[in-house]
Write a protein of this length. Structure first.
Length: 95
């Protein structure tokens, strides 16, 4: 997958012990927090967060023997044209 960063996205990280790490619960926690701002998000089968059927957040995970990291991005006001170009082979940023 691709982790996209630009000035219009929000990054988050959740740390826990590995034995308390549950991807679904973490995604639901982020959705609940954003929901309190009046933006209803849902978790799909891949644990991505979607708004009105469109993916707005993806995650990456790092698990060690004792620690788990859940890192994610949340599109807030990202440049979707640049994002689309970069997700295609040979894509370039304009400007």
């Amino acid at each position: 997958g691709t982790v996209y960063h630009d000035p219009g996205n929000l990054n988050f990280a959740l740390f826990s012990t590995r034995d308390h790490f549950v991807r679904e619960r973490n995604a639901d926690l982020i959705a609940e927090c954003i929901g309190k701002l009046g933006i209803p998000l849902e978790r799909n089968k891949r644990n991505d967060l979607v708004w009105q059927g469109k993916k707005v957040s993806g995650s990456a995970y790092r698990l060690t023997d004792n620690v788990a990291l859940h890192h994610g991005t949340l599109l807030v006001s990202s440049n979707l044209k640049d994002l689309g170009r970069l997700l295609r082979p040979g894509g370039e940023l304009q400007g």
